[in-house]
Design a protein around this ligand. Structure first.
Ligand SMILES: C[S@@+](CC[C@H](N)C(=O)[O-])C[C@H]1O[C@@H](n2cnc3c(N)ncnc32)[C@H](O)[C@@H]1O
Length: 286
């Protein structure tokens, strides 16, 4: 592929235009070759991460990265890890889990069987937290959790149930603040440097790769949790994903977003009522 490189004497404006063009070509190439659609991800953070990958690969230009990605799937995997920021934690935002106990669980109790979708589950910390909570509330047995992420490497890690032992102190604090009713250490076996969580916690969990941008709905759910994922999407992509969630939720189903997210400015705002404004819990009503 021909490289579009800014020439030395080029003005700053022209250089920006070339960079923008190279970026669009890169995103287009990724989409066509691998099917991952980052074309509507929020531009500033995307650009920063792509430049970081350009440098990490020992390259100088975005078009150089495009060429490498097209010929070397391993480079695509490395970029995917850069782009799908996987930061997560067990019982992240403990008050959110208190709200789940108070708002979501009573609703789940009214059904003989429920399906929950954790979209953008990363390495699974959120899934194990939810499983523990549902277990303590006595509704885990009649629940199936679908845990998905665009990145199959993180999904694979989630399946193992292994988490760094060094994190357990923080996670224990989170668990207590989240209203945990047992000793947190009951849920795992401590190894040399990893805590291995009991397999029974994922007995009712289906892990799968799923891309919120390009894959469709695959079931009907009583609750969908998608926290700290859409912050990386631009407005139109957020709206597209909100449509997917709206279509995938049963009537009176609950949508749970991250602390920095809201349904308020989406076209679906009036189809939900707010269950908890601070914890971003919404119920589909129309
Ligand atoms: C910051 S993590 C959030 C993890 C977890 N939900 C939490 O709040 O702790 C964002 C996750 O979204 C995933 N993600 C990004 N784009 C996605 C997409 N198009 N479809 C599905 N998952 C995506 C990333 O791979 C990453 O694991």
């Amino acid at each position: 592929m021909a490289s579009v490189e800014p020439s030395q004497g080029m003005g700053a404006r022209a250089r920006d235009d070339v960079e923008e063009l190279e970026l669009q070509l890169l995103l287009e190439a990724i989409f066509r070759r691998y099917g991952f659609d980052f074309r509507e991800y929020a531009a500033a953070s995307l650009r920063r991460r792509i430049w970081r990958r350009v440098r990490a690969e020992g390259l100088d230009t975005i078009s150089g990265l495009t060429e490498r990605l097209l010929h070397e799937p391993g480079a695509m995997e490395r970029l995917l890890l850069d782009l799908s920021i996987n930061v997560t934690a067990m019982f992240r935002d403990p008050t959110f889990y208190v709200a789940l106990r108070e708002r979501l669980v009573p609703m789940l109790r009214t059904y003989p069987f429920t399906r929950l979708w954790v979209a953008g589950c990363s390495t699974g910390e959120e899934v194990y937290s939810l499983a523990i909570l549902l277990h303590e509330e006595g509704v885990y047995e009649r629940t199936r959790i679908y845990a998905t992420d665009i990145n199959d490497q993180v999904v694979e890690r989630a399946r193992t149930g292994l988490f760094p032992l060094a994190k357990m102190r923080d996670y224990t604090q989170n668990y207590i603040r989240a209203g945990g009713t047992r000793a947190f250490s009951e849920y795992y076996v401590a190894g040399y440097d990893a805590a291995e969580f009991h397999r029974s916690l994922i007995e009712n969990v289906v892990f799968a790769q799923h891309n919120l941008v390009s894959d469709g709905s695959f079931n009907e759910f009583q609750a969908i949790m998608c926290r700290n994922v859409m912050i990386y999407f631009d407005k139109s992509l957020q709206n597209q994903v909100h449509r997917l969630f709206y279509d995938s939720l049963a009537r009176f189903g609950v949508l749970a977003l991250g602390h920095k997210e809201s349904i308020r400015f989406s076209p679906f705002a009036d189809r939900y009522e707010t269950l908890d404004d601070r914890e971003k819990l919404y119920r589909k009503v129309a």
